[in-house]
Design a protein around this ligand. Structure first.
Ligand SMILES: [Zn+2]
Length: 243
């Protein structure tokens, strides 16, 4: 059966100045060697390092699924030069005419796919037995999810249509750029069809109808540089210590 593995994990860290946009990159290994999402430009170096450390040869990734066009999810397809790219048809069309108020979709997003073997899909598309693309619009016009039949049940990779464990419980992603109604319907669908959930800015989790249980841990380290003579402010989050 296909296996799902986080290459890098997601976090949701808010600030009044910049958005950090820490999103996961996930590998699905079945007959195909699939990667779901590619992170932002601020994660390129870290992702390349992790691919090397985890002995994942990016040249051997044959399928790349871009959940949606936001800058923190879609920006590194060049790291996987031989992969066929799947993008939402509505997402790609939207990329040609982006709303002025949309701060998260770069104007040049579709150019990242120039010269690449790509397929535009909006609804169900079976990549192989047990691995299926699903349309989960709402957060953006053409958000794509991935359902994977694993030994532990159906894993739903939902990116920002799931957003976080808190958003999952609320029934709607923290941020909605396209349609709140569709975002709620997509969340409901994922909740119904999945037993393991991979959100766009949080750790993966299971849900028994009442409680969230995270299934992986993550460490985040941040420093704010202080003036000379003062120690830097140091934030270190290790989710193993949150229990
Ligand atoms: Zn997004």
């Amino acid at each position: 059966m296909p296996e799902v593995k986080e290459i890098i994990g997601g976090f949701l860290i808010l600030s009044n100045r910049v958005r950090l946009g820490i999103s996961p990159v996930i590998q699905v290994k079945g007959r195909h060697n699939i990667v779901y999402d590619t992170g932002g430009p601020n994660a390129k170096q870290y992702l390349a390092k992790e691919l090397e450390r985890q002995k994942i040869d990016p040249k051997k990734v044959d399928t790349l699924i871009i959940s949606h066009s936001h800058w923190d999810h879609a920006m590194n397809p060049d790291l996987f030069p031989n992969a066929k790219i799947f993008i939402g048809k509505s997402e790609y069309e939207y990329g040609k005419n982006i709303m002025k108020s949309d701060w998260a979709t770069p104007s040049y997003i579709n150019r990242l796919y120039d010269g690449r073997n790509k397929e535009l899909v909006d609804s169900e598309f079976e990549i192989e037995s047990g691995v299926k693309i699903i349309g989960i619009p709402g957060h953006t016009p053409g958000t794509l999810g991935l359902e994977v039949e694993t030994k532990k049940g159906t894993a739903v990779l939902g990116s920002d249509a799931l957003f976080s464990a808190k958003s999952f419980l609320a029934g709607i992603p923290l941020l909605v750029f396209h349609s709140k109604q569709k975002a709620k319907e997509s969340m409901k669908r994922m909740k119904k069809e999945g037993s393991l959930f991979y959100p766009g800015h949080d750790r993966p989790f299971t849900f028994d109808g009442k409680n969230i249980k995270f299934i992986s841990d993550s460490v985040f380290d941040m420093q704010i540089v202080m003036p000379p003579g003062m120690d830097n402010l140091h934030y270190h989050i290790d989710t193993r210590k949150l229990k």
